[in-house]
Design a protein around this ligand. Structure first.
Ligand code: NFE
Ligand code: MG
Length: 572
């Protein structure tokens, strides 16, 4: 078979606009290109603003990983100004980050990704009694009765009979890449609907700690609410009890529904080991029980693993100008007026547009610039970030907890750690990640209660609130592990204002195009060697790309300075 160029644009069930082009020969993908096809504004909008307001602007980068850009920004500004927040504030921020991660992972699996593995229409042919038996065999979730599955099946049948599939329209139903028995398809569809209900509950944690969701409130120096068990306008007993209850419900949902479902799915797709890719993994690490500056205490350790060599973990330093750099050789930007060839650390970063096509949307000009996403690199090497990277780095660092969680899952599936380097492994990693993070939140909440009982109610340090206390010029970095991986914000504060700001977000790493050395990014690498049965129904491409949980709104951000006001309106 001759070479064929398969274009998937837009990839749906993601955040933002992503185009994938694949060169296919003999039903196998030979090369792939990843292109972020839309731009929006942030990095220049925040110039000259008050650094105490930075979080409120950057948080609007994205409505999916809502909260995490605010977190990275307050951390960056506090780093620049030398602010150390109270322990309670650190715990509350960690619980909020954990909340986004668990919420995001559940929604990603059921609503954005499961249908790449689950044939919804095939659930119509399931035996509800058998579905109940299977579901009860792997979890003690109380809803899993034959009657319950029969009701769900009736709903699906009604949809099919009406010819109006609604949210399930335009899937590749019946494609030979689907491998689940009808009963397991039925269980997954049932939990798709349940997860829709559940996800509106867990976000209450943000409404309590941050006053609203999406885009909860933050403050440089701590968290915006005081703790006072008896006061109305405070984190009082009834509010904290509700957070406590939501954490327990989240743990239960992850451990009795989400993780067991993904493990079941993984067993059926055990031999579909495509979608691995780079084998380089980066994590900044996060979730210290004490402080973001106590790097050795991180429950998700920091490090880089190269070429899946678990015997060596390289140190990562987000402050090192030689380690973290972004390249623009294949991105629609210039550096110092040149089209590429140099990398810039975010503290020296530049956002200058140089859009040069494509003239038509026939195919991308892959020899030249072809994406709005820049190419971040660690020591000039492309990296995968995300739940899989967190687990691989932790595993290589011999972190007991991560090893135990990963080994237990691998044993149940009957595979070894190298199997994780695949689309299904990445999807399993996300479910394990959710379970670990839900436990982190449980522990942090217990610690918060212990602090309060001991009389420690502090949530805010105002000693450097006044700009007169700030240095004339200072730079800071804020990092966090967030749903899609390692997030970094870099800021330079000068004369009381934001002089320079750059964000390098998880999807920028994963969706990046080729770099100055022609090294491909994580998405591009993951598609090579994967089968493509039917170019008109590219479920394999979607399945692999979805396994990363793309968010293009995060990956791409710049502004048009000719009419900055339009963004001010957007931000209001
Ligand atoms: Ni817009 Fe995000 C996450 C960040 S992006 S979703 O998680 O930061 O990759
Ligand atoms: Mg950026």
């Amino acid at each position: 078979m001759a070479d064929e160029r398969v274009v998937v644009d837009p990839i749906t069930r993601i955040e933002g606009h992503l185009r994938i082009e694949a060169e296919v020969k003999d039903k196998t993908i030979q090369k792939a290109y990843s292109s972020g096809t839309a731009v929006r504004g942030i990095e220049l909008i925040v110039r000259d603003r008050d650094p105490r307001d930075l979080w409120a602007y950057t948080q609007r980068i994205c409505g999916v990983c809502t909260s995490v850009h605010a977190l990275a920004s307050v951390r960056a500004v506090e780093d620049a100004l030398g602010i150390r927040i109270p322990h309670n504030a650190h715990l509350i921020r960690s619980i909020m980050d954990a909340t986004v991660i668990v919420h995001d992972h559940v929604v990603h699996f059921y609503h954005l990704h499961s249908m790449d593995w689950v044939d919804v229409l095939a659930a119509a042919g399931a035996d509800p009694n058998e579905a109940a038996r299977i579901a009860q065999s792997y979890s003690r979730w109380p809803k899993s009765t034959a009657g319950y599955f029969k009701d769900i099946q009736d709903k699906i049948k009604k949809l099919v009979d009406s010819g109006q599939l609604g949210i399930f329209a335009t899937g590749y139903w019946g494609h030979p890449a689907y491998k689940l028995p009808p009963e397991v398809n039925l269980i997954m569809v049932a939990h798709y609907l349940e997860a829709l209900d559940w996800q509106k509950e867990i976000v209450r944690i943000h409404t309590i700690f941050g006053g609203r969701n999406p885009h909860p409130n933050y403050v440089v120096g701590g968290v915006p609410w005081p703790i006072d068990p008896n006061m109305d306008n405070a984190l009082n007993t009834s509010r904290l009890t509700e957070v406590d209850r939501q954490i327990d419900m989240a743990l239960e949902f992850v451990e009795q529904v989400y993780l067991p479902d993904v493990l079941t799915l993984a067993k059926y797709y055990r031999d579909w080991t495509f979608g691995g890719g780079l084998k380089n993994y980066l994590a900044y690490g996060d979730f210290s029980p004490t402080s973001i500056y106590d790097v050795d205490s991180y429950r998700f350790p920091r490090g880089v693993v190269l070429d899946f060599n678990l015997n060596e973990v390289h140190d990562v330093d987000p402050r090192d100008l030689a380690q973290i750099q972004e390249f623009v050789d294949h991105s629609w930007y210039t550096y110092d007026g040149k089209p590429g060839g140099i990398g810039k650390h975010p503290w020296e970063g530049e956002t200058t547009i140089a859009y040069e096509g494509p003239k038509t949307f026939a195919t991308l000009n892959v020899e030249g610039k072809y994406s709005w996403v820049k190419s971040p690199r660690w020591m000039e090497k492309p990296m995968e970030v995300g739940p899989l990277a967190r687990l691989i780095v932790g595993y290589a660092k011999k972190n007991d907890r991560i090893r135990e969680a990963v080994d237990r899952a691998l044993k149940e599936i009957g595979v070894d750690i190298t199997w994780m380097h695949s689309a299904i492994g990445r999807t399993l990693a996300r479910a394990i990640d959710a379970s670990l993070v839900a436990h982190f939140a449980r522990e942090d909440m217990d610690q918060l209660f212990a602090n309060i009982r001991s009389g420690n109610l502090a949530t805010f340090d105002n000693s450097k609130w006044d700009p007169k206390t700030w240095p004339k010029e200072a730079k800071g970095v804020g990092w966090a592990e967030v749903p899609r991986g390692a997030l970094g914000h870099w800021v330079i504060v000068k004369d009381g204002k934001v002089e320079r700001f750059q964000a390098v977000v998880p999807t920028t790493w994963n969706a990046s195009p080729r770099d100055h050395k022609d090294n491909v990014g994580a998405y591009e690498a993951s598609l090579v060697g994967a089968p493509l049965e039917d170019p008109a129904r590219p479920v394999e491409i979607i399945r692999i790309i979805h396994s990363f949980d793309p968010c293009m709104a995060c990956a791409v951000h710049l502004t048009d300075l000719t009419d900055q006001r339009q963004y001010d309106v957007f931000l209001d």
